[in-house]
Design a protein around this ligand. Structure first.
Ligand SMILES: NC(=O)c1ccc[n+]([C@@H]2O[C@H](COP(=O)([O-])OP(=O)(O)OC[C@H]3O[C@@H](n4cnc5c(N)ncnc54)[C@H](O)[C@@H]3O)[C@@H](O)[C@H]2O)c1
Length: 286
């Protein structure tokens, strides 16, 4: 079984970053540009995308493409525009993500579909569209953004988010194993952050018209607490971007900004399996 060595020298390579207009995606784009890469940032929020391109253009070759990752035709167009601009694609960060929720019966189907469409199908679209292009250019790297939620079911009011991130975990692990077993030159990483200072707790700013705002008091309280603790003790996005770059260079799968939070979730399940005693709900941000 061949282990792909990673992309030691990233200078001159091209990266695509979805959700690149804000937060972690923006920081990844910024870091890649600082390392001499060309970057295509994709985002659904046009004004944020325009601002991001303006802010980053002093650092190097960057283009912004309005993309809704839920739509495979948008992702196809993103790939075509990136190839036209830069000639090749080496790194793809499937990073766009959203969050809404509440207690189980308060969550409408439209909210489930929005979260799954962006967080899971957006990542899947990116993998399906870009993998053949990376293979065609002799290799590359895919970074899929999950969350510590990928290891932590039972996080109060965040069930759709947890489900979507579990799906990203399973997709990414399966893809990594399949590609490595087949001797592919494409590496895969899973970025699973804990709290990072971004606009994630304001994700509903991008909700489609058919998704109602989540106004349940218990849910609002979770978001307020999460926003407060993230503002106080969350990581800076630039630090996360540095870890992603290291993982691309070394072809490391798990990019864990808060490994103790990921491991606690896995341990909770193991304990449940071995003792039969179910855990209590986990409270994000506490
Ligand atoms: N910030 C955290 O604490 C944290 C923790 C764990 C995981 N994450 C994950 O990190 C990723 C990045 O989020 P962030 O924290 O930087 O939040 P953010 O809200 O600052 O950035 C997310 C970006 O995704 C874009 N986006 C939303 N829907 C889209 C769509 N349909 N198509 C294209 N772009 C879309 C938004 O416009 C925004 O620019 C997400 O997948 C999120 O789930 C964040």
């Amino acid at each position: 079984m061949v282990t792909v060595p990673g992309i030691e020298s990233v200078t001159g390579r091209t990266a695509v970053v979805t959700g690149g207009a804000s937060g972690i995606g923006f920081a990844m784009a910024q870091r890649f540009l600082q390392e001499g890469m060309s970057v295509a940032i994709a985002d659904v929020e046009q004004s944020a995308l325009d601002n991001a391109v303006r802010e980053l253009s002093g650092l190097g070759a960057v283009i912004g493409l309005r993309t809704d990752v839920r739509k495979v035709e948008d992702v196809d167009a993103l790939a075509a525009a990136t190839l036209e601009a830069f000639g090749r694609i080496d790194v793809v960060c499937n990073n766009a993500g959203v969050e809404t929720g509440g207690s189980f019966l308060s969550i409408p189907e439209e909210a489930w579909r929005w979260v799954m469409d962006v967080n899971f199908f957006g990542v899947l679209n990116g993998c399906r569209v870009f993998l053949p292009l990376l293979e065609a250019h002799g290799g590359g790297h895919i970074v899929n953004t999950a969350s510590v939620a990928a290891f932590n079911s039972g996080t109060a009011t965040m069930t759709p988010y947890c489900v979507s991130k579990f799906a990203v975990l399973a997709l990414s692990e399966s893809l990594e194993i399949e590609l490595r077993t087949a001797g592919s030159k494409v590496g895969v990483s899973l970025l699973a952050p804990g709290p990072v200072k971004t606009r994630m707790t304001e994700a509903e700013r991008n909700r489609p018209a058919d998704v109602p705002a989540a106004t349940e008091p218990a849910r609002v309280a979770v978001m307020e607490r999460l926003a407060a603790t993230t503002a106080e003790s969350g990581l800076e996005p630039a630090e996360v971007a540095g870890k992603v770059l290291d993982a691309i260079r070394t072809n490391n799968f798990f990019v864990l900004t808060h490994p103790e939070m990921a491991q606690a979730g896995v341990q909770r399940r193991l304990d449940w399996m071995t003792t039969g005693i179910p855990p209590v709900a986990r409270q994000a941000g506490s």
